[in-house]
Design a protein around this ligand. Structure first.
Ligand code: 5AD
Ligand code: SF4
Length: 570
């Protein structure tokens, strides 16, 4: 006869019943009564709450696990996500992997069995926040171990960039966590989590040369959102001297174009209205799995790189072309890019396609050529300004965004002034501004001194913010009277106002009201709608407007082409 292995939860419940009975009966009676009870008592299914499936199909089949640690299904995971959009997307990948293995998700801490903390290591501040969260979780774990729910021990798993960087500290010194999984080992998570059942700490921080999770369809944690992120590549080979990313996320690799297009189609079918293509350096995308003529990217004059250009394969312009053709009513965004490769083919696709948002991220990092050289960015201030000039002429009215760092090793006041003057010269619609934070392992850590005092970094940071706010206020005010195409994201709980974003990713707020619909009737505005909004007010990071009518990307730009509405800015 085939022997049936009961899941350990059931065994625990049976043991509990046995122990309870021990107090009341003498041994022989106890055994008889127990057998009798089991014969007439609840069946296996009733121990699995909410299940209508037979137990054997409920159990995940993980052939590489020892039998005694197979019962990992139905454990509830709680996600904590820190850092960039890439981490949000990685969380969706992790959830897709765990959901298939029978895990459940909760947003209530008390219900959780496993805390999955998706971490970021890019600046010290990000890590400090995560250490505080870990302190809280460890306290929670201790309290659970002493409570009446001690049979549901809490496990803590650290995922992402901090995992690779701090594995020893996390596991050995701090004894803070049960699982450490780096960005390339998410497929291994079910096994790693199962190993913790026998009290082990499980670590996998191996970086891969080819893992892109191409076949994992991410399950979005926020199913209501009208927008989604799609990873098109992982890792980075640029080796900017200040940056930890190449060490935590490994070598650059691109995901095959077909799997990206399939995902865009799938999201479009689900009603998603906006996708953002993600990578550390999207415009060096190469699908080397495809055969195509080796049209090699010509780097613009004034740009050089330590990065070895890949040969052949479909490139970012091809990807943009295919992705934007899936659904002309789906907005396409992309980030992040490196200024070193913005070939004309990419600019051309962007300017031709109405559904590719006309916002280019050109992270300058500094406005001073000497600092840029120390950062190993591969361009000078002059080359960067020429690129800005080129893109603003190629795509009239294009929006620009940037990342800037102040207080990098050896940065003098004069050098910092050049960053301010660059921000004065270039009209950035969006800017992400950071004080430098020295990271171990980076070239800057080995080669330079972190010699700008914290106070000076702070003060320079404030000056950058002040300038950015002033300028973006002016840029936004210049939009008053214009009509923007707004994709509605949500309804603000407090005020009932509608929140959406324009093409340049600036927030636009307006009051709810019934407006002309495309079928000639009138209807209220809901998330996912495209609305033509007349801008009537501006702050530095938000516009306010009056909704005019429901529209679509094609209809809106048929009436007012993007190019005609904008003058060249530089
Ligand atoms: N300190 C401060 N900012 C950094 N960035 C990357 N590394 C550091 C660091 N060590 C910024 C860069 C990058 C953005 C994602 O984070 O501006 O473009
Ligand atoms: Fe870091 Fe530079 Fe790569 Fe961006 S391009 S992730 S800043 S190394």
């Amino acid at each position: 006869m085939m022997s049936l292995r009961y899941p350990s939860r059931l065994v625990r419940q049976i043991n509990k019943i046995t122990r309870k009975n021990c107090r009341c009966f003498s041994a022989p009676t106890r055994i008889t009564t127990m057998k009798d009870k089991l014969n007439h008592g609840p069946n296996l299914k009733e121990f699995i709450t909410g299940s209508s499936e037979p137990i054997l199909t409920e159990r995940p089949n993980i052939p590489y696990l020892p039998d005694d640690i197979q019962d990992i299904s139905k454990r509830k995971v709680f996600f904590d996500v820190y850092g960039c959009q890439m981490n949000l997307n990685d969380t969706d990948i992790v959830w897709s992997i765990l959901e298939k293995e029978g895990f459940e998700r909760t947003e209530i801490e008390e219900e959780a069995d496993i805390f999955l903390v998706m971490t970021c290591a890019i600046r010290e501040g990000a890590e400090t926040k995560i250490w505080h969260r870990l302190d809280h979780l460890r306290g929670f774990k201790r309290r659970r171990a002493l409570s009446k729910h001690k049979n549901r021990p809490v496990k803590i798993a650290i995922l992402g960039c901090m995992a690779e960087r701090l594995k020893e500290k996390l596991v050995e010194k701090e004894k803070a966590v049960d699982v450490v999984a780096g960005p390339d080992s998410y497929r291994d998570l079910p096994r790693l989590l199962a190993l913790t059942d026998s009290g082990q700490t499980a670590v996998n921080v191996l970086l891969s040369l080819d893992e892109t999770y191409a076949d994992v369809v991410p399950v979005r944690l926020n199913q209501d959102s009208v927008s989604a992120f799609i990873s098109i590549m992982r890792g980075c080979d640029n080796m900017c001297t200040y940056c930890i990313v190449p060490f935590t996320r490994g070598r650059e690799r691109s995901r095959p174009i077909t799997s990206i297009v399939d995902e865009v189609r799938y999201l479009s079918d689900q009603g998603v209205k906006e996708v953002t293509l993600l990578g550390q350096n999207v415009n060096s995308y190469r699908d080397v799995s495809t055969q195509s003529e080796a049209r090699d990217t010509q780097m613009a004059k004034g740009f050089k790189t330590v990065y070895k250009n890949k040969k052949g394969g479909l490139r970012f312009a091809d990807l943009l072309d295919k992705v934007s053709s899936v659904d002309p009513e789906m907005r396409i965004r992309f980030t992040a890019a490196h200024p070193k490769d913005f070939p004309d083919e990419v600019l051309q696709v962007i300017s031709e396609r109405a559904n590719i948002c006309k916002l280019l991220h050109l992270p300058a990092q500094s406005g001073c050529s000497a600092v840029l050289a120390r950062m190993r960015r591969g361009y000078t201030r002059h080359a960067y300004l020429q690129l800005v000039h080129h893109v603003t002429h190629a795509i009239p009215g294009v929006g620009l965004s940037t990342d800037m760092i102040c207080g990098f090793c050896g940065e003098t006041e004069e050098e910092f002034q050049e960053t301010l003057s660059l921000m004065q010269l270039v009209d950035y619609n969006v800017a992400f501004l950071f004080p430098y934070s020295m990271r171990e392992k980076t070239t800057a850590y080995r080669r330079y001194k972190d010699d700008v005092p914290e106070q000076v970094k702070k003060e320079r940071h404030s000056r950058m913010i002040e300038l950015y706010r002033k300028k973006s206020q002016l840029l936004n005010e210049a939009e008053i009277g214009n009509t923007h195409l707004v994709l509605v994201e949500s309804i603000v709980k407090k005020t009932g106002q509608i929140l959406g974003r324009n093409e340049l990713y600036i927030k636009v707020l307006f009051d709810q009201t019934e407006i002309l619909a495309q079928d000639g009737g009138r209807r209220a505005v809901t998330p996912g709608d495209y609305v033509a909004v007349k801008i009537v007010g501006a702050k530095s990071s938000v516009l306010s407007g009056i909704p005019l009518y429901h529209t679509s990307i094609r209809d809106f730009y048929r009436e007012t082409s993007w190019g005609d509405r904008h003058a060249v800015r530089m």
